[in-house]
Design a protein. Structure first.
Length: 732
């Protein structure tokens, strides 16, 4: 192999999934930059590198150095030291500070930081606090370097090495050596495949029982990510065998070990009249499903602490007080909600769900009952509060989630103080969250779930709202009538047409309307029209702010009209600011619209929350993000929790409502073209929806009403007698 040395000038391309990178380095004695390619995730501009590999020639781009092995080295030139310190590796030192330090100390700069940090006070702009920050960061970086040498030699990139150190500290090497598969569970961004590669480097054989056990758990968690609560026994074995390339006997042994260790549960399928069909659950999901069914059944059976009252008179009184006229189905919903222990109210846009909630609150408060309002997301809770005039919280805030104290503080031992709990956007609630909610509902309280069952199911496992309705154990009111104020909205009318399997009304109308369809079958032209719509036409004709009020929603993440590609194009068009910080193939700039993609309970920001980058502090290595007037600080190492949000997937848009929605719809989205996805996307738009694409893609989505089956037994558990014995945890 050849060996070259140089410092990294810039990263031009990086693939997040494969870790393939294209970058440019400055080699000593060479005028032009050298292109390097290979798996180099985690290196930063400014780092000096020793690279082992071979020269290759690309037909289009010419000579490139293909890296097989690499390591970071301490720079030996003034310019290299400045680049190294200014790269963001040392908290407290940004490019400007690095320039002043190197100007003062020249080649001795690193020696000063290492052995005489008090001399940093001689540099303009550095005070005692900054010296302390730099000293601490330098020491941390030294410790990380030792760990990085070990980890990198076993297939771990520098970025993940920093995360591993942050998680495990000085015990990092021992923990990784003992069980590298722990990384997949503990470190965000490291999945089983990366952990498996590290394990192989450490000498763990492909047919080890540890690998089989961790591989089965990985497959189960991947299936939970697809929405399943359990998976059938034999298909699970088949998937694990295919992924791990081991024998089915080894997988069966792994399942038995996991069962003995109580990491999974195995149960025969309920209401099954055919051949025995064992089902495999991850233990937390088994506990959640069985306990949720038991608690809902118990909740239904305990009488509410409500004095007797004339229900019909109460409904009429609420109508008078609110100056409204309820339709027959709405009255039925209100009557059931104020008299039954568990009630489900479902309906599409414009069917009066909010009006019903207001009437329910009016009656319950007149009866001197304490009512709590909640929704799964911050935006949905805010919308609920604005519509009702009553305080509404996210479910996590309502249940007082505190990670440092071990999770939800409200539970069966410390229940919510309320006689009635009303939850909006209930279709978004997954199994685990619903289980934690019902645990915290006092036995005497009423639970009222309001949502749209025709939307996409929850992002997390389960189909809770569907299962509650399907069980037949609770009163359900389905609202279908569109009310007067919504009759003129083409968004509402077309959403209901789509939900019924009918083609929407795409006729052009005179003047401005709230629903438009623009025919275009060329994906590249669709992208250009989306940019033109967001940047010019919608702001000019309707007065909406292109960043704050217009949201692009797309069926997929990939393809040229998917969220990933659209974000880059919209960022260039709407916020062409180059003074940002890069993570993988994404650059975050001041002013960018971003989305949180993981629940972070310490920061109190959750999956799907949208904010705007207010400031980037290169010296402190922090980004300040404004989430609806609440500022949240992110360390540069936490940027994998953020993505650009100029365009988001329909799944990520669930529970949110935007003044304007622009949505591409093409046959390249074929794999995800389904009715509930199209319906969910359209109903995110409050005042204006613009579809850009083809009528063929629209027709495919409307015809496809086959939603992906989610394996869940909650409906069956609710139907069966809870005293029946269940054949469970049987060793297969």
């Amino acid at each position: 192999m050849d060996t070259i040395y140089g410092y990294l000038e810039r990263i031009t391309y990086q693939h997040e999934e494969t870790n393939f990178m294209v970058a440019r380095i400055k080699e000593k004695g060479k005028k032009d930059l050298t292109t390097i390619i290979g798996n180099l995730t985690g290196i930063n501009p400014g780092e000096s590198l020793k690279l082992d590999g071979k020269w290759v020639t690309n037909k289009k781009y010419g000579p490139q150095f293909q890296v097989e092995k690499y390591e970071t080295i301490i720079p030996a030139t003034v310019h290299g030291i400045e680049k190294y310190l200014g790269s963001g590796l040392i908290k407290g030192i940004g490019p400007g500070m690095a320039r002043r330090m190197v100007k003062k100390f020249q080649l001795d700069t690193l020696e000063v930081i290492e052995h005489a940090p008090e001399r940093l006070l001689e540099v303009e702009g550095i005070g005692p606090k900054r010296v302390e920050m730099i000293t601490r960061a330098w020491e941390d970086q030294k410790e990380i370097k030792e760990i990085m040498v070990f980890l990198q030699s076993h297939g771990v990139t520098a970025t993940y090495a920093a995360k591993i150190y942050k998680q495990y500290g000085e015990e990092s090497i021992q923990i990784v050596q003992a069980n590298p598969y722990r990384l997949a569970a503990d470190i965000r961004g490291i999945g089983f495949l990366t952990a498996d590669r590290i394990a192989r480097c450490l000498g763990i054989s492909s047919d080890s029982i540890m690998r089989a056990e961790e591989g089965v758990l990985y497959v189960l968690y991947a299936l939970m990510d697809e929405g399943h609560v359990y998976y059938p026994y034999q298909p699970l074995i088949d998937r694990a065998v295919e992924m791990l390339q081991v024998s089915s006997e080894l997988i069966e042994s792994a399942l038995n070990n996991l069962l003995t260790a109580q990491r999974i549960a195995i149960e025969e399928e309920l209401e099954n009249e055919g051949e025995p069909n064992p089902l495999v659950y991850l233990k937390p999901f088994y506990i959640a499903e069985t306990n949720l069914a038991r608690r809902l059944t118990a909740l239904k059976q305990v009488p509410a602490q409500v004095r007797s009252f004339a229900v019909e008179k109460a409904v009429t009184w609420a109508e008078e007080k609110l100056k409204i006229q309820l339709a027959a189905r709405q009255k039925e919903a209100v009557r059931l909600a104020v008299t039954q222990k568990v009630t489900v109210i479902t309906g599409g846009p414009g069917t009066g769900k909010t009006t019903i909630i207001k009437a329910i609150i009016k009656i319950l408060k007149a009866l001197k009952l304490k009512v709590l309002l909640a929704a799964p997301t911050g935006r949905a809770a805010k919308r609920m509060q604005e519509a009702t005039g009553q305080e509404a919280k996210t479910l996590h805030r309502l249940l007082e989630y505190a990670p440092q104290k071990g999770g939800f503080q409200r539970n069966q031992n410390h229940p919510l103080v309320a006689e009635a709990i009303i939850v909006d956007e209930a279709s978004m609630i997954d199994l685990i969250l619903m289980h934690n909610l019902v645990k915290a509902v006092p036995p005497h309280a009423m639970l009222i779930l309001v949502g749209d069952v025709n939307q996409l199911p929850s992002v997390g496992p389960g189909s809770v709202l569907n299962d509650l309705i399907d069980s037949g154990q609770f009163p359900v009111v389905t609202l279908t009538d569109i009310f007067r104020q919504s009759e003129k909205s083409r968004i509402v009318i077309n959403a209901h047409r789509i939900n019924r399997g009918e083609f929407p009304d795409l006729r052009k109308v005179g003047g401005l309307t709230d629903f438009y369809f623009i025919q275009e079958d060329d994906p590249d032209k669709v992208v250009q029209k989306i940019i033109e719509m967001c940047k010019n036409r919608i702001p000019r004709r309707f007065g909406y702010h292109p960043l704050r009020e217009v949201q692009v929603i797309t069926p997929m993440h990939k393809t040229s009209t998917g969220a990933n590609a659209l974000n880059l194009e919209l960022q260039k068009a709407l916020n062409p600011n180059k003074k940002g910080v890069s993570r993988a193939s994404t650059q975050f700039n001041p002013g960018d619209k971003v989305m949180q993609v993981a629940n972070n309970y310490e920061k109190e920001v959750y999956n799907g929350d949208i904010g705007w980058i207010k400031k980037i502090d290169f010296e402190g290595q922090e980004i300040l993000v404004d989430f609806e007037d609440r500022l949240v600080v992110y360390d540069f190492t936490d940027l994998d929790e953020l993505v650009l949000a100029y365009a988001v997937s329909v799944h990520k848009a669930q529970g949110s409502e935007y003044p304007v929605v622009v949505m591409p719809l093409l046959t390249q989205h074929y794999i995800l073209l389904q009715r509930n996805l199209l319906y969910t996307g359209i109903t995110r738009g409050k005042h204006l929806v613009v579809l850009i694409g083809t009528k063929k893609a629209l027709a495919i989505a409307i015809r496809n009403n086959k939603t992906q089956k989610r394996y869940s037994q909650l409906n069956k558990r609710l139907r069966r007698n809870l005293n029946d014995e269940v054949k469970t945890n049987k060793e297969i």
